[in-house]
Design a protein around this ligand. Structure first.
Ligand SMILES: [Zn+2]
Length: 309
């Protein structure tokens, strides 16, 4: 009798486990085309949230989540690499302000993909093993986010070449936006001096733009008059790389762009180009008023950029 009871609870445990695995997808994301712009899709576990858009701009927010789902243990696998667990504070709120600004002023919405699950459980901006420490439920949450981005890209394609922005927050000393094209400080310095630039573009998040008929060249896209960073600076927001601030100086910390940016701007997604943007906190994402102020600058910059490239 006792054995039977154990067997039953095992059965129930596995039923529960496989049941929850089967639903670990953003509900309806594979049929996103059936939904309206502004509709919010979410998975049953509240790990991932998608707001459907109607323009070729996708914002991904992998590190703004606060949900510490107890189904998933805290990440603890230093043998696989450096385990970073901190939140990029207010990046979800920043991306939502950006989306709202576009709708309020242009009646168009960028697509937004948000990880509500805390980075202490899954780091969506790492390759799957380090991201999840090989936890099976964490693995499902990682897949939920990555398949949501994939589905959003497939849907956004109908509006044209997709500009993809992975939204992050840094705590570095220099108060400016760090634009991560997959290029390190050393590479940006070389590129600015027009050295060794043959091998660089294919490893950057601009490669699809360059090979799919974009009218600007690699140098112009980083440092030219209409580079995204140059336009941000012109509109009052400090950013590197740009014409005004071409590359970080020696000793200055800089994020070159991570897993998500690399993956979704690679050859598998030929309609996508873009960057990781790392935001400083103060004046950018600290208050509602500053987030709205940045949202206005971003929208202005985006339209100027898209028009000229
Ligand atoms: Zn981050």
């Amino acid at each position: 009798m006792k054995m039977k009871k154990i067997a039953l609870s095992f059965y129930l445990f596995f039923f529960f486990l496989t049941g929850s695995i089967a639903t670990a997808q953003v509900v309806g994301i594979q049929e996103i085309g059936k939904y309206q712009s502004g509709d919010v899709l979410e998975d049953n576990e509240h790990w991932v949230e998608v707001i459907k858009g109607d323009m070729p701009l996708v914002l991904s927010v992998p590190h703004g989540g606060r949900f510490k789902d107890e189904q998933i243990p805290d990440r603890d696998c230093p043998e696989l690499g450096r385990v970073v667990k901190g939140i990029d504070m207010n990046t979800k709120e920043l991306a939502l302000a950006m989306q709202e600004y576009f709708y309020a002023h242009y009646k168009k919405r960028p697509y937004v993909v948000i990880a509500n699950l805390s980075r202490s459980k899954v780091d969506q901006n790492r390759a799957i093993e380090l991201a999840t420490c090989n936890d099976p439920i964490g693995t499902k949450a990682w897949n939920s986010y990555h398949s949501a981005v994939t589905a959003v890209i497939a849907d956004a394609k109908q509006y044209g070449k997709i500009f993809f922005v992975d939204v992050h927050g840094h705590g570095h000393k220099v108060q400016r936006l760090e634009l991560g094209y997959g290029l390190t400080t050393k590479q940006l310095t070389l590129a600015y001096n027009r050295k060794n630039t043959v091998k660089m573009p294919p490893t950057s998040s601009l490669e699809n733009y360059l090979t799919q008929g974009g009218k600007r060249d690699f140098y112009d896209m980083l440092f030219g008059e209409y580079a995204f960073g140059t336009l941000l600076e012109k509109n009052g927001v400090r950013a590197t790389p740009s014409l005004q601030d071409p590359y970080p100086q020696e000793g200055e910390a800089f994020f070159a762009g991570g897993h998500i940016t690399r993956k979704f701007t690679a050859a598998d997604f030929p309609d996508v180009f873009g960057m990781q943007i790392e935001f400083n906190f103060k004046g950018m994402r600290d208050t509602d008023a500053n987030r709205q102020k940045f949202a206005a600058v971003f929208a202005k910059t985006y339209w100027e950029f898209i028009q000229h490239i």
